[in-house]
Design a protein around this ligand. Structure first.
Ligand code: SAH
Length: 350
C-alpha cells in the first residue's frame, strides 16, 4: 500500500458513503463508485466514466486501487482447473485456484502470504508468515478470476495459503463485502472457511451472525497423533475444538466439514478410522478425506488407494457421511502453496 492513501476496495458501502459526503459529494456517488469496484470490477479510476474527470483525479490522488497482477496461470487440460499466481503491490505473490464443477465455478483463495501454523505436511507454512492479506486482496482473487473466465463465481472456499482465523477482521470484512447485495451478492452458504482449529476464532465466527460453512482440519482422531501433524494441537485440544464446532453448528445451523488428510502410516490405520468414528459419531458433520499431497521438504507419503477406500468404507459403515476429495488439476501439479514456493525458488536461482 502506498503510504497516506486509503485502500478503497476494502471500504464498505457505508464507509464509502461517509467519505464521499465528507468531500461534499452526494451519497449516490458512493454507490456508483462501489458498483464500479465490486460489480463492474473496474481496475482503474479512469474507467469510471460516469464520474467527473475532477472526481476521478481526486480519487486517484487520495485512494489506492488494489488490483492483483497475473504472474502465471496454468490451465488443466483434463478438467479445466486453473491455478493462478498473483503478484501483490509489495512484490509478494499468492496463489488462487479455479475449479469447475457441474454446479458452478468454485474459487479457492489465500488469506495470508505464507502461514505461521506450521502444519507438517503443508507447503504454505515452510517459510512462516509474511503478512495478512487485505480484504481487497482477498476480493480481487475472486474478481480477477471471474473477469478472466467471463463466468460467475458461485462458490468461494478460503482454503488456500494461510490460516483465515489468524486474519480474522479482514476475513469477516471480505465475507460481508462479497455477500453485499451492492457487490457480487454471493450467498453466504456458498462460502466455506477452513481452519486448523483456533478455538477463540471459531467461537467468534459463530457469534458473527454469518451463515458460512466451517471446515475443520481435523487430520487425526487423538491429540497425540494430531500434535505430530499440527503444532496448533498443542494449544487447543480436540475436546475443546470439537466443543467450539458444536457451538458453531448450534448458532448457525450449518453442518460442518471435517477435513482429514491421509498420510501413510501416520493417521490412516483402521484403528484411527475407528477412533475417528467414535469421536464424531454425534456431530452433524461430513468428512472429506484428502489423500496427502507429498511435498519434497517432508517425507510424508500418500496412503495407497486401497487403504483410503477401506478407511472410507469403515466410516460409512458407522453411518458417517464421507467423500474423498477428487484431485483437481492433477496435470498442472502442486498442492496449496507449492506453486508459489516453486516460483520463489526459481526467482532465487535467478
Ligand atoms: N489454514 C486452513 C486452510 C489450509 S489449506 C486450515 O488449516 O484448514 C486447506 C486444507 O488442506 C487443510 O485441511 C490443510 O490441512 C490441507 N493441506 C495442506 N497441505 C496439504 C497437503 N500437502 N496434502 C493434503 N492436504 C493438505
Amino acid at each position: 500500500m502506498t503510504e497516506g492513501k486509503t485502500d478503497i476496495k476494502s471500504l464498505t458501502l457505508e464507509e464509502l458513503k461517509a467519505q464521499m459526503t465528507e468531500r461534499g459529494e452526494k451519497p449516490f456517488r458512493a454507490k456508483q463508485v462501489y458498483e464500479w469496484l465490486h460489480v463492474k470490477l473496474a481496475d482503474s479510476f479512469d474507467s469510471m466514466t460516469n464520474l467527473s474527470g475532477k472526481l476521478r483525479q481526486e480519487l486517484s490522488r487520495d485512494y489506492e486501487l488494489v488490483c492483483l497482477q497475473k504472474v502465471d496461470v496454468r490451465i488443466s487440460k483434463t478438467d479445466g482447473t486453473r491455478k493462478y499466481l498473483f503478484g501483490l503491490g509489495d512484490g509478494n505473490v499468492i496463489e488462487s485456484v479455479l475449479m469447475k464443477y457441474k454446479h458452478g465455478n468454485s474459487v479457492c483463495i489465500s488469506s495470508q502470504v505464507g502461514c505461521r501454523m506450521g502444519c507438517r505436511f503443508c507447503a504454505s507454512t515452510l517459510e512462516g508468515l509474511e503478512r495478512n492479506l487485505l480484504p481487497s486482496e482477498m476480493l480481487d482473487q475472486v474478481y480477477w478470476i471471474q473477469k478472466d473466465t467471463g463466468e460467475r463465481v458461485s462458490n468461494v472456499v478460503v482454503m488456500g495459503s494461510g490460516e483465515p482465523l489468524d486474519n480474522y477482521d479482514n476475513l469477516v470484512r471480505f465475507i460481508r463485502m462479497l455477500c453485499d447485495e451492492n457487490g457480487l451478492n454471493m450467498s453466504q452458504r456458498n462460502i466455506t472457511v477452513s481452519t486448523c482449529g483456533i478455538v477463540p476464532g471459531i467461537e467468534r465466527l459463530g457469534e458473527e451472525g454469518l451463515a458460512v460453512t466451517l471446515a475443520l482440519s481435523l487430520h487425526a482422531p487423538s491429540d497425540e497423533v494430531r500434535r505430530n501433524l499440527m503444532p496448533v494441537a498443542n494449544r487447543y485440544g480436540l475436546r475443546e475444538v470439537l466443543a467450539a464446532c458444536r457451538m458453531y453448528f448450534k448458532k448457525t445451523g450449518r453442518r460442518l466439514t471435517f477435513e482429514y488428510s491421509l498420510v501413510k502410516g501416520v493417521n490412516d490405520n483402521l484403528r484411527e478410522a475407528k477412533a475417528l468414528a467414535e469421536l464424531i459419531k454425534d456431530e452433524q458433520a461430513h468428512v472429506n478425506l484428502i489423500p496427502v499431497n507429498p511435498i519434497k521438504e517432508r517425507d510424508y507419503v500418500q496412503s495407497d488407494g486401497r487403504t483410503i477406500e477401506e478407511f472410507k468404507h469403515y466410516l460409512e459403515k458407522r453411518g458417517i457421511n464421507v467423500t474423498i476429495r477428487r484431485e483437481m488439476g492433477r496435470d498442472i501439479g502442486g498442492a496449496c502453496g507449492q506453486l508459489r514456493k516453486s516460483f520463489l525458488e526459481k526467482e532465487k536461482e535467478g
